[in-house]
Design a protein around this ligand. Structure first.
Ligand SMILES: [Zn+2]
Length: 436
């Protein structure tokens, strides 16, 4: 029977888990030492493997022949995981009903296996009554019981429950991790996919393996033979590259009428304007980076301006209803400025970093900001810093990150954190990373 690629290729052992090394280490060590806790909270964006990891933990906790913390996948308990694993989707109505008599059922040891494992997906969506039931159990959990909560929004969980969980954060995947997995899955499925198409889909997936695999599946079902970027774009409702290029040329030429003609034509062809906004932003970001790197004095300002317009549109989260109008307004605003306009803010030209500057790890900054600023943690990903005599040079992998970093609240978090880390006042320079 046909199975979705994401389901067919999910990991079954810790060594098959991609990109979440710290989470895997925590669980494997606990299992090896037979010191698994009663409650864990797996947090992280959607599609990064929270539920898959929870299922592996359930199996490893019950396997009769575990090898170095790994489940053997062939013993009686490994083959009958459903007898000791209870999965509850808190986002559906069942979730509430399921927790109602949980307190009673949780007392029973499973028919096979030592541990009964409750995996609660979208745990933040549980009702207050359900949380109360869980809390009662967590206060004095029976030995055989393990709760694995998975959530995209840990901040919505009651603090009383959080405080009883060991918290493990799963990170968004890097583009090249998604690319590698898409290539591997395509190979196993006998699908032929061009490297360009893989790269394009990985980027579009924005760190979600599930989204990446869903795109691959859709594109492969659409393509005649080898999956090309054009196939992937069409299957996913992205307009062809030429259309994007033509629309941007019209903006650059300050030709408002042509902009309106193009968007009207795209609407007639059934374009999805929210998707079009994303695609435009990708392309504008790419051109902006290129303009900076090639040191062209004027055009970076134009692309930066347009990038800001499109980011503002995305931040406003406009629905598809007003999509066309909102997008047109932004494009026309950018067209009115034209390519010869002075920059809105001084271009963050990559100031030369002295060779002797020391690298600074940026990871601790997310913790110093209190962990409450999720966007800041995301911004830090892929950013690199070097330091010398109170001057810090921070480079970001993308123009979008650079623009976000330039904003006041971000700059403040960088300054505060770095001053604490380095023990001196700092002067910060932002730039785009030259290497890719
Ligand atoms: Zn086993």
């Amino acid at each position: 029977m046909h199975q979705a690629l994401n389901r067919a290729h999910r990991p079954h052992r810790f060594d098959q888990v991609v990109g979440q090394a710290h989470a895997v280490t925590i669980f494997r060590n606990a299992l090896r030492r037979d010191r698994l806790g009663h409650a864990y909270l797996l947090s992280g964006p959607h599609g990064v493997g929270k539920t898959s990891l929870a299922r592996i933990v359930a199996m490893a906790a019950n396997c009769l022949n575990p090898q170095d913390g790994e489940p053997c996948l062939s013993c009686e308990t490994c083959l009958n995981a459903s007898l000791y694993t209870v999965e509850i989707d808190a986002a559906s109505n069942n979730g509430v009903d399921d927790t109602r008599d949980l307190r009673e059922r949780a007392q029973f040891v499973p028919p096979i296996g030592r541990r009964k494992v409750y995996i609660i997906d979208e745990a933040h969506a549980l009702s207050p009554q359900s949380f109360n039931v869980l809390l009662k159990i967590l206060e004095e959990p029976p030995d055989h019981l393990i709760f694995l909560f998975a959530t995209t929004s840990p901040e919505k969980m009651p603090i009383t429950v959080l405080s009883r969980c060991q918290r493990i954060n799963l990170r968004r995947f890097e583009d090249d991790e998604v690319s590698a997995q898409l290539t591997a899955v395509a190979g196993r499925e006998g699908l032929s996919v061009s490297p360009d198409a893989v790269g394009w889909m990985a980027k579009k997936a924005e760190g979600s393996m599930r989204d990446g695999l869903a795109m691959l599946e859709l594109a492969a079902s659409y393509a005649e033979d080898e999956v090309t970027t054009a196939d992937a774009r069409t299957a996913l409702g992205s307009v062809p590259e030429e259309e994007i290029a033509a629309l941007l040329s019209a903006v650059q030429a300050q030709n408002g009428e042509a902009v309106l003609d193009r968007t009207a034509a795209l609407e007639r062809e059934g374009a999805d304007f929210v998707q079009l906004g994303h695609d435009l932003l990708d392309e504008v970001g790419r051109r902006m980076t290129a303009a900076y790197r090639e040191g062209d004095g004027q055009s970076p300002a134009f692309w930066l301006n347009l990038c800001r317009e499109l980011l503002a549109l995305e931040a406003a989260g406009v629905g598809s209803q007003v999509g066309r109008l909102a997008l047109e307004a932004r494009l026309l605003a950018a067209a009115a400025f034209g390519p010869k306009t002075a920059v809105l803010a001084p271009a963050p030209a990559a100031t030369a970093v002295p060779a002797a500057a020391e690298p600074v790890a940026l990871d601790p900054l997310a913790k110093m900001s209190g962990g409450g600023e999720r966007w800041f943690a995301i911004l830090l990903q892929g950013a690199r810093a070097r330091h010398q005599d109170g001057e810090v040079w921070i480079e970001f992998p993308s123009p979008g990150s650079l623009i976000r970093a330039e904003q006041e609240d971000a700059r403040r978090l960088f300054e505060k954190g770095l001053e604490r880390m380095l023990g001196q006042s700092v002067q910060i320079h932002f730039g785009i990373s030259k290497e890719r």
